[in-house]
Design a protein around this ligand. Structure first.
Ligand SMILES: Nc1nc2c(ncn2[C@@H]2O[C@H](COP(=O)(O)OP(=O)(O)OP(=O)(O)O)[C@@H](O)[C@H]2O)c(=O)[nH]1
Ligand SMILES: [Zn+2]
Length: 204
């Protein structure tokens, strides 16, 4: 768990962010690397657009899951059965090639007192998705963030995703899906709770 926490990019000391001008210059270099001419008319504003779109696609670095998960509802604390949000769509980017990952996350927890606003579960997916990721780390980070902040009896996270680095290039396997899971607490130690998670996650 320590290793995962240390790998949260948001918790590390931030490196100084390059200027907008430096980012745009880097895009010009990549345009030339691709074989095009950054000074042709159609590409003149592209570095600016790419820099702006990177701020959006990687906005997760500026957000902390703890801030989002800190807001809970105590008044529903009588409820102690599974809360499961299924098929939360997300986009991320793989840390190896910076190519898109398209997937959906199913997240459940067993409350032990406070419950989360449902949108906060989806927001946690955004926070970790909008960073450079591996699917394994993203799955574990979501589970640990909910476990550490809410302290429920257990958390279950299932992610199913397609990696463009495997589809558009390299091995070029279109339509292959990768599934990863992380279980904490009772979802890890109690086979019946884990089976219930899978039943609810797959029940169409
Ligand atoms: N475990 C894991 N691997 C990933 C993920 N996203 C991409 N990869 C893999 O990262 C690996 C990087 O392999 P390398 O051999 O260093 O890079 P490469 O030469 O570009 O590899 P190929 O994709 O096989 O052409 C590849 O096997 C990718 O499929 C992920 O989320 N989790
Ligand atoms: Zn990749």
């Amino acid at each position: 768990m320590d290793a995962i926490v240390k790998n949260f990019p948001g918790t590390q000391e931030k490196q100084a962010r390059p200027t907008q001008q430096e980012a745009e210059e880097a895009v010009r270099v990549l345009l030339r690397w691709a074989g095009d001419d950054p000074s042709r008319e159609g590409l003149l504003d592209t570095p600016k657009r790419v820099a702006a779109s990177y701020r959006e696609l990687f906005s997760g670095y500026d957000l902390a899951a703890e801030d989002v998960l800190g807001r809970t509802f105590e008044e529903m604390s009588g409820f102690d059965d599974i809360v499961l949000v299924r098929d939360i769509p997300f986009f991320s980017h793989c840390e190896h090639h910076m190519l898109p990952i398209k997937g959906k996350a199913t997240i459940a927890y067993l409350p032990s007192g406070p419950v989360l606003g449902l949108s906060k579960i989806a927001r946690v997916v955004e926070i970790f998705g909008r960073r450079l990721q591996t699917q394994e780390n993203m799955t574990a980070q979501i589970a640990q963030a909910i476990q550490n902040t809410l302290k429920p009896r257990g958390v279950a996270v299932l992610i199913e995703a397609e990696h463009m680095c495997m589809e558009m290039r390299g091995v070029q396997k279109h339509g292959s899906h990768t599934l990863t899971t992380t279980f904490t607490g009772e979802f890890k130690t109690n086979a019946a709770e884990q089976a219930r998670f899978f039943t609810l996650a797959r029940n169409r």
